[in-house]
Design a protein around this ligand. Structure first.
Ligand code: PDD
Length: 285
């Protein structure tokens, strides 16, 4: 029977019952993380847990370093208990907790945390062949740096993309490209890698950070600067990054602008570098 982490305890999934009054249901009042697991080993767990803590701090949800340490252990236990020995991911959600519905939150509410694991194949075909993406206006709030479960702008953008036979939506605020509905975005122009700064308009993706680091180690010039939808259409290469998609090349733009792209050498080089890093996790390095 599949187990889940439920407020510090590992229990049967069927026995996990949520409070009717959980604030994540009424207000989207909670934060989350998605962590990839390769051959049973969580990838960049510490970075994800640090981001969870930052998200909680930004939302004034009490979550201590001590809890973070025990969560780290529990996540590994959950992976082992569910025998997630192949590839998959762990989803963790931290909600402000349960209280009678009121916009005003009280600070004594007990936060509620749960996690589950899921098996998942690597999206190899997309990574090799590339994807079409749909350009759409970014309608989200101004704190996209917080990984909250309130994802309505993102889910509407993803639906719009799917309705146009695209795998991902690429959002822009006016002329400035921000990020995907569940990924970050990079373009390559004249050998230079360009991505939006990690400010309030995007989520500072863990994969984004890993890719920037790998690129710099390879001596690839990286420019962390906003770019326009026109620059995106004139890019030599483009790709999205995320925990789920790793590095996935973009081969077509649809939506507010149209265009086609080839999968280029920089994208392939970074894909190879990321795979090498993932292999180190697989072997428990
Ligand atoms: N989403 N931007 C947004 C809006 C995202 O939702 C995500 C990830 C990313 C990439 O972040 P990371 O590299 O840390 O996965 C960027 C996850 C996978 C999700 O919501 O399922």
């Amino acid at each position: 029977m599949e187990k889940v982490l439920f407020n510090g305890k590992i229990i049967d999934r069927g026995k996990a019952s949520f409070s009717f009054d959980d604030r994540s249901m009424y207000f989207g009042d909670g934060v989350y993380e998605v962590i990839r697991v390769y051959s049973g080993h969580p990838y960049k767990l510490e970075m994800h847990l640090q981001r969870l803590q930052r998200s909680a701090d930004e939302l004034d949800i009490p979550y201590s370093i001590k809890e973070k340490q025990s969560l780290k252990k529990r996540v590994s236990e959950l992976i082992d208990t569910n025998e997630l020995t192949h590839d998959g991911y762990v989803y963790i959600q931290l909600s402000r907790g349960a209280a009678a519905r009121d916009h005003l939150y009280e600070r004594h509410i007990e936060p509620f945390i749960f996690a589950f694991t899921k098996e998942m194949e690597k999206p190899t075909a997309q990574q090799e062949q590339g994807i079409a993406v749909y350009l759409t206006e970014d309608i989200r709030w101004l704190r996209c740096d917080i990984k909250t479960v309130n994802l309505l702008g993102n889910v509407l953008a993803k639906r719009q993309a799917a309705d146009h036979d695209c795998s991902e939506a690429v959002q822009h605020r006016g002329d400035t490209v921000t990020e995907g509905s569940s990924s970050n975005l990079f373009i390559v122009k004249d050998g230079q890698l360009i991505t939006h700064p990690a400010d309030n308009l995007i989520l500072n993706g863990i994969t984004r950070q890993v890719v920037i680091d790998l690129a710099e180690k390879q001596g690839l010039p990286v420019s962390i600067t906003p770019f326009s939808t026109d620059e995106l259409l004139e890019a030599d290469e483009a790709f999205i990054t995320s925990t789920i998609n790793e590095i996935t090349p973009i081969t077509e733009w649809r939506g507010t602008k149209h265009g086609m792209l080839k999968i280029g050498a920089v994208t392939k080089q970074l894909q190879a570098e990321l795979q090498a890093d993932i292999e180190r996790t697989r072997t428990g390095e």
